[in-house]
Design a binder for this molecule. Structure first.
Ligand code: ADP
Ligand code: NG1
Length: 457
């Protein structure tokens, strides 16, 4: 499957959203779209902040997606418009290099990340002109990967408009790398599931090499997404890259302590591989080698035998240059523990013991506690929402995605879904008019959806 290009070429009619998009397109550009493409957002069931450390994650695609209507022309420009008036029109020339301003992460720069990825991969000297209207239903900055859905959709649109053909696997790999143009050191989970998802199944996503394996979720429960209604834009803050940097430094400190050549290792999974150790042994090593007090730059430079200039150029990124203290013990503990939980989650899904739902719920709860206490990527609103979800009948509940805001995912036994939704509505959404106003799109049952595709009307 993953070797085929994602061209559904199916006909889609009688869809109100598609009709609105088509009408807007025709009004704006005076012609009909030639084709459409969509890429889904995702919910990560378990495995948070470990993709960029090289560890497997366990997401599924959601129904919400980014959908784009496209026409191809000889205007020599790429014209971008959006159904949401908050996202302004933008036009860029096909004759000049595509420049992405990482200090100003406007919506169209995410789109241009996808364009640039295809241009570079396929060696396209001059891109086809195209006119696009984008319509998104993934709530932005909420941990459901609206940005990656946009990047992936743009990559797919550019491939199709320029008559190129790449497999889903290659598209996933290049779109994962290209979101870095906007300044984020992401790990590739979101783009991988957006292309490799298949309806009805969650996926274990492994990296290096990229691989997606079906994970059958238990029949006895459903997954419910709830948004805490606090947005967190990753590209305009440094929370995310700070964690990436801390994990990178922890890798080097562990490697150094065990006499490995730390200059070659960047990811916590690479340290494990070099040492030939199990995840349990890595957890013990973290306790033995790293102290819980934050590390200063001086202490790290001394241990790694590097200068403060080397520290800044080799270990930090543009938006983390200001950092003075680094929590290495806590971050590495989270990563190795979470990596083990992903494998346990998959093992339970595969072996289907009678108590599957409870076992998976326990793992999700442990994951949230680790994200909150060790990785410190939760926030008071998310913690309150997770606690309400558990009191309302969920067997497991945790933040999903980058965190610091955004969504929680809860596992709810089938027979409790209605009472769960009512209880969460009453306890979290209705008491606050701002939350109540967006409750419908903020609290919903989800099931594994399909991956990105191109189609005709
Ligand atoms: P997420 O966790 O949803 O990926 P990010 O903060 O990384 O959140 O990215 C959100 C950004 O993606 C938005 O600020 C916007 O620039 C872009 N984006 C998301 N949805 C849309 C959309 N429907 N149309 C245009 N841009 C979008
Ligand atoms: P969100 O914020 O949910 O799109 C981000 C990263 C993922 C992963 C998760 C945390 C990007 C594009 N996405 O997801 O790769 O690291 O945080 O598990 O950077």
């Amino acid at each position: 499957m993953a070797t085929n290009p994602p061209k559904l070429k199916t006909k889609m009619t009688g869809n109100e959203r598609l009709q609105n998009l088509k009408n807007t397109f025709e009004k704006k550009y005076g012609e009909s779209p030639l084709f459409y493409a969509y890429a889904p957002g995702r919910v990560n069931l378990i495995g948070e902040h470990i993709d960029y450390c090289g560890y497997s994650v366990l997401p599924m695609a959601i129904e919400q997606n980014i959908l784009t209507a496209v026409s191809v022309n000889s205007s020599g420009t790429i014209q971008l418009a959006n159904m949401n008036p908050q996202f302004k029109d933008f036009t860029v020339s096909c004759l000049e290099d595509i420049v992405i301003d990482r200090d100003n992460p406007q919506w169209y720069y995410y789109f241009l990340c996808g364009v640039k990825a295809i241009q570079e991969k396929c060696g396209i000297a001059r891109l086809s002109g195209m006119s696009c209207v984008v319509d998104g239903t993934v709530p932005p900055s909420s941990g459901l990967s609206s940005s990656s859905a946009l990047v992936c959709c743009a990559g797919l649109v550019t491939m199709e408009a320029n008559q190129k053909s790449l497999s889903k696997l290659v598209l996933a790999e290049i779109c994962a790398k290209c979101e870095n143009y906007i300044g984020l050191e992401g790990g590739g989970m979101d783009q991988s599931i957006s292309f490799l998802a298949e309806e009805g199944t969650a996926k274990l996503i492994e990296f290096q090499p990229l691989k997606a394996t079906d994970v059958k979720l238990p029949d006895g429960a459903v997954f419910v997404i709830s948004n805490c209604c606090k947005e967190m834009n990753k590209a305009s803050s440094s929370h995310y890259n700070i964690r990436v940097v801390e994990c990178r430094i922890a890798t080097k400190m562990l490697a150094q302590a065990r006499g490995l050549d730390s200059s070659k290792l960047l990811k916590l999974s690479e340290a494990q591989k070099e040492l030939g150790a199990s995840l349990e042994e890595m957890l013990a090593l973290v306790d033995e080698v790293l102290h819980p007090e934050p590390y200063t730059r001086e202490e790290i430079c001394k241990a790694l035998h590097i200068t403060s200039e080397q520290f800044a150029t080799q270990l930090l990124s543009a938006n983390t240059l200001h950092m003075t203290h680094f929590k290495l013990h806590q971050r590495a503990k989270h990563v190795y523990g979470e990596a083990a939980r992903v494998l346990q989650f998959k093992a339970v899904c595969d072996s289907e013991p009678a108590e599957s739902v409870q076992l998976l719920g326990d793992l999700m709860n442990q994951s949230h506690a680790s994200c909150r206490d060790l990785f410190e990527c939760s926030c008071p609103e998310l913690d309150q929402l997770v606690s309400i979800c558990l009191k309302s009948g969920a067997v497991g509940s945790r933040l999903t995605g980058a965190g610091w805001g955004g969504c929680a995912v809860s596992m709810v036994p089938n027979e409790k879904v209605e009472s769960f939704l009512n209880a969460v509505r009453e306890a979290y959404y209705l008491p606050d008019p701002r939350r109540a106003a967006i409750e419908k799109q903020s609290l919903f049952v989800t099931k594994p959806g399909g991956g990105a595709a191109v189609f005709l009307e």
